[in-house]
Write a protein that binds this ligand. Sequence first.
Ligand SMILES: [Zn+2]
Length: 347
Amino acid sequence: MITGYCPNCDEDKELRIEIRQQTLDVRGEGITVESEVAVCPSCGTQVACAGLDDKLLAKAYEAYRSRLNLLRPEEIRALRLHWGLSQRALSRLLGWGVITVQRYEAGALQDNAHDAVLRQIEDPRFVLDLIARSGARLSDEERKGLQQRASDTYQANVETELDRVVEETVASYSPVTSEMDRGFRPFDLERFKQVTVWFADRCAGQLSRTKLAKLLWLADFAYFRRNRVSITGLAYARAPHGPMPHGFQLLLGLLEAERTIELVEENAGPYVGEVIKAREVPSLREMEPEEVETLERVASLFGNDTSAALSLRSHMEPAWADRANGDIIPYAGADRLCLLDGFWDAR
Ligand SMILES: [Zn+2]
């Protein structure tokens, strides 16, 4: 039983608890909630009661938060604990008053600007940026721990994202090309990677994108000519500068993101523009001896040609010349490629 003073009756009364709809002004928003209130049993006047008023306010704040989509106190706490930070450390890092975070977690209402900042701390890049700007406000131990957690999370996110892109790329590869388009081998990212790194290493600093495109094409088609199967499972389409693997830019982007290769701007000699450099030690561990021999022959027969020379030579081929840009060049044409005549005789 709660006893309280009724101003209407001007005396202390044993109050009755009722559920009533109440509308409160929260930062200019009229928020209506149902809440317990203390009522004088004699006159029906609503009487202020500290415990119940706190509950009412908390309910109104909760309704306001969900209307404006603001973080709830327990969500703020979870975000903070995710990074292993104390309330004080998080406040300092964000440049807020030392008890700001503590107040929010206790139920005080954050404004929109603070809410936006709090949401961002889920992103490790934001945290790393905060450390760079305001890390000095933390103790050495706090800063080092946070730095480590944020870096690890960031790295894990990047790898997950990369795995997803790789899966999608490989999965999307097959439906758009036929078996024949790929030389009767499912596209194999690992083989593409190994061959690319190997050519990049072999052509040391002279491998442009267009040149790699042609070396891959020659290797796949030469091998197909003899074995009726390609090496990489790449499909090739006609592009303005000659044959180009289907999805080539995306595939190179993947290798670059995985740090298997790097694209470097070169301005020396005749090779102006981007060249592909290997960031891994080349290894053809997935390849059969005859596949390795094919790559060796392609490298020694065409590896010293410039991109332009290779473009010119491929343009004379009917397999390229008879098609429109974007058309797939079927492996069936391998037998008629003049570029490959005598390929298997060469020493
Ligand atoms: Zn009363």
